[in-house]
Design a protein around this ligand. Structure first.
Ligand SMILES: Cc1cc2nc3c(=O)[nH]c(=O)nc-3n(C[C@H](O)[C@H](O)[C@H](O)COP(=O)(O)OP(=O)(O)OC[C@H]3O[C@@H](n4cnc5c(N)ncnc54)[C@H](O)[C@@H]3O)c2cc1C
Length: 456
């Protein structure tokens, strides 16, 4: 197998075997995406003597999306939820890491094309490119709201949140016009977790930081089109989550649809307007567009209509896992777009590739659902487990903490996050309240001798 770079038709064709190995591998596997699904697939093939794996991602890090809301609300720092992909595979000689943007796949030629002009050849491809924010075409949503899907989104949102307080401290009159009103669109776990966390941040943490204003005047408004939060949870958990949010001062607008995001705030379909400088969009995701671009068969939700073993029908050398795949649960229903589905799918694809290499038939995938959880803040969470068991309150919160620690990549990260949570819990002095990406609109007139008392 050629190892050097080959010039072809104006592009640099790079065989996936860029890393020297002692044995010549027989199969080139390219894994697109270093998220939950891609990592699980590459890890499943690490040490597979018949394969060399190249894991490709546009970022050089893996993001632990379930904790992004804590970055946005200053509970955790960037490094707590992101991990270098090279560090993850440093001890796996048959896995190479490539940072780059996939732009196309030539299925007949078995090549992936990157934005930097390079081409990677594969024998087997695992597509785990995930999903992206879905704005559903709501006017103003894409331009004026803050999505929370990537690490950069979370840092931008954190900066915006803190900047609003800086602006209100300089000119408290801005509060009347929505400077400290934070509207979260969506009622799923991310929206609920962010709402609860922001309410705690305002009420208990940054309250101590400001002198002229009372940060407790900040409003968190959650707008959800269904008549409940956490629609995919059991009724008891839904009620508990709504009660706990309300107890923390979150204003719930349920059964309410957003009509438009305007410069002054949110316009609802009822005609009501909520003046708000900051609108967070957490209303849904859509699968990555790469599958459609490549011409893979899609189902009604835009996910790839995979065969039962997660391969593409008619293309046994292409597997699709995670949010991009329309995979199935044990009862035959469509599996949700959740981390455990992606992890199980990635592991399954790796196992099937090993079976193919051994000349054995592949096996069907069935998502094994162990339950779902969401936290609403300190000592408040809900968990819907198997056999109809639902937990809430402190027990569910502890279970949530343990589970999220377990899923974090790396022992050091787990220790750091555990320490950070313990610090936050006991001191109410959350860590990284840093504005890293400021917008240029803080009012200029900031007298240096502001009164030390809170505004009236
Ligand atoms: C804010 C948030 C909170 C969440 N909370 C939870 C939770 O609490 N529990 C839960 O189970 N699930 C949660 N989810 C869902 C869960 O994160 C996803 O289901 C899971 O990440 C899907 O894994 P994946 O591997 O398919 O995609 P991802 O993990 O999104 O990985 C896709 C990877 O592909 C890369 N990529 C995409 N396109 C390209 C390209 N063209 N070129 C190169 N690289 C590319 C991306 O950079 C990314 O690293 C949450 C999601 C979000 C956004």
């Amino acid at each position: 197998m050629a190892r050097g770079a080959v010039q072809s038709a104006g592009t640099t064709e790079v065989p996936s075997t860029e890393v020297p190995t002692t044995e010549v591998p027989t199969t080139e596997v390219v894994v697109v995406g270093a998220g939950f699904g891609g990592l699980a697939a590459a890890r499943g093939l690490a040490g597979e003597p018949r394969a060399h794996v190249t894991i490709l991602d546009r970022h050089n890090y893996n993001t632990f999306q379930p904790l992004l809301y804590q970055v946005a609300s200053s509970g955790l720092d960037v490094g707590d939820v992101a991990h270098s992909v090279r560090a993850i595979f440093r001890d796996a000689p048959n896995v190479s890491v490539r940072t780059g943007e996939l732009v196309d796949v030539d299925l007949p030629a078995r090549r992936v094309h990157l934005a930097d002009g390079a081409t990677l050849r594969y024998d087997t491809l695992v597509l785990a490119a995930g999903a992206t924010t879905n704005f559903f075409g709501i006017p103003g949503a894409a331009d004026r709201s803050f999505p929370i899907y990537t690490l950069a989104d979370a840092v931008r949102l954190r900066s915006a949140v803190l900047q609003r307080f800086e602006a209100a401290e300089v000119d408290p009159a801005r509060i009347e016009h929505g400077e400290l009103t934070f509207v979260i669109v969506g009622g799923g776990p991310t929206a609920v977790e962010l709402a609860g966390s922001l309410a705690e941040l305002f009420e208990r943490v940054i309250r101590q930081d400001f002198r002229r204003i009372d940060p407790a005047r900040a409003r968190v408004v959650l707008v959800e089109m269904q008549d409940t939060v956490l629609p995919s949870f059991r009724a008891r958990s839904r009620r508990h989550a709504a009660d706990r949010l309300a107890a923390r001062g979150v204003e719930l607008r349920l059964g309410t649809t957003v009509d438009a995001i305007e410069p002054e705030g949110v316009r609802l379909t009822t005609g009501e307007g909520i003046p708000a400088r900051t609108v967070v969009w957490s209303a849904g995701v859509r699968p990555s567009g790469i599958a459609e671009r490549v011409g893979l068969p899609l189902d009604g939700t835009g996910r790839v209509a995979v065969a039962s073993d997660l391969s593409v029908p008619g293309r046994p050398e292409v597997f699709v896992v995670g949010d991009l795949a329309a995979s199935r649960a044990r009862d035959g229903s469509l599996a949700p777009q959740l981390a455990p589905v992606a992890i199980q799918g990635g592991r399954h694809a790796a196992a099937q590739i090993s079976r193919q290499l051994a000349g054995r038939p592949t096996r069907p995938f069935r998502y094994h659902d162990k339950g779902t959880m969401a936290t609403i803040g300190r000592r408040a969470a809900v968990a819907d487990l198997r056999f109809g068991v639902s937990l809430s309150g402190t027990l569910a919160w502890l279970a949530w903490l343990v589970l999220h620690l377990m899923y974090l990549v790396g022992f050091r990260r787990r220790v750091e996050v555990l320490f950070g949570w313990a610090w936050n819990y006991f001191t109410w002095n959350w860590g990284p309240r840093l504005i890293l990406e400021p917008e240029a609109d803080i009012p200029a007139a900031a007298p240096s001798d502001q009164p030390r008392s809170k505004e009236a």
